[in-house]
Design a protein around this ligand. Structure first.
Ligand code: PLP
Length: 270
């Protein structure tokens, strides 16, 4: 076969997309973006010149992202999800660059963004997938020193960001209040879930994100995961991950989904 041997030895990324009633396994936002965003997006989409390539530098999107972080446009590079941002960084960087992945940055009370300047080899990646309720759009970005950002443009594929995505991201940044409210709601639900889990026979790890990691004490993690799935509740089985023996991870969902999860886990581990 004309496929790389080292590739065939690798497993690939797996997060099962099973059809269940309560899906709390991939850290998506539990609710969609606001209707006003959807309407504005549809209106702009209808005006796209589809026979033309999109703006290669994504100038309007970059400028909107830059404004939201009080940095300059030349300190911002956007790509198809922060995963592509990371891939682009790997194509461009030599050892010595520190990358801080802040996919869950808005849920935490600290950010490395304050440490970005022109003389420090440090970058911060962010995504629209989690806090912005836009996992379907596949959009992420990195903030860093302008001399490094300029090199990322050279290794990215030409026109890598399509017109629809540039519009989606730029418009989302006009709904920051909505995003902040959603984050506050998720953080308060997270604390409620953590407090309840803390009363059960589980080890609960502190979280600054939209998920909670925990380890059942009286049953194997994998068995607890299966018993939840039997009740049509899907969470993430991390029990086979390095240093996470028996650990499971639940995404913060809507209050109703969280109630269903808490009731089920109480029955399963009591
Ligand atoms: C969800 C997540 C991301 C986001 O990836 P996208 O490609 O932007 O969807 C990045 N890093 C971590 C650790 C994540 O959990």
């Amino acid at each position: 076969m004309t496929v790389r041997d080292d590739l065939r030895a690798l497993e690939g990324y797996h997060s099962p997309q099973v059809d269940v009633r309560v899906r709390l396994n991939t850290n998506e936002a539990p609710t969609p973006p606001p209707t006003a965003w959807r309407d504005a997006f549809a209106a702009e989409l209808s005006r796209v010149e589809w026979h033309r390539y999109p703006d290669r530098s994504a100038a309007a999107l970059r400028s909107a992202i830059a404004d939201s972080h009080h940095v300059r446009s030349d300190q911002v590079f956007a790509a198809n999800g922060s995963n592509e941002v990371l891939q682009t960084l790997l194509l461009a960087a030599q050892p010595g660059l520190l990358v801080v992945d802040e996919a869950y940055g808005q849920f935490a009370d600290w950010s490395a963004l304050t440490m970005i300047d022109e003389s420090t080899p440090l970058v911060v990646t962010r995504t629209f997938s989690k806090t912005w309720s836009m996992a379907a759009s596949r959009l992420g970005y990195v903030i860093g020193p302008s001399w490094l950002i300029a090199e990322l443009d050279k290794v990215a594929l030409p026109y890598h960001l399509d017109a629809a995505k540039q519009i989606a991201g730029r418009l989302a940044l006009q709904f920051t209040d909505d995003m902040d409210a959603r984050v506050a709601q998720i953080v308060s639900e997270r604390e409620r879930i953590a407090a309840t889990l803390g009363t059960l026979d589980l080890e609960v790890f502190p979280s600054g994100a939209n998920f909670i990691l925990f380890r059942p004490r009286n049953k194997p993690g994998r068995q607890v995961w299966q018993e939840l799935l039997d009740r049509s509740i899907l969470i993430r089985d991390c029990s086979g991950w390095p240093r996470l023996t028996d650990c499971l991870r639940v995404t913060v969902g809507t209050p109703e989904e969280n109630d269903e999860f808490l009731q089920a886990i109480r029955e399963i581990v009591q």
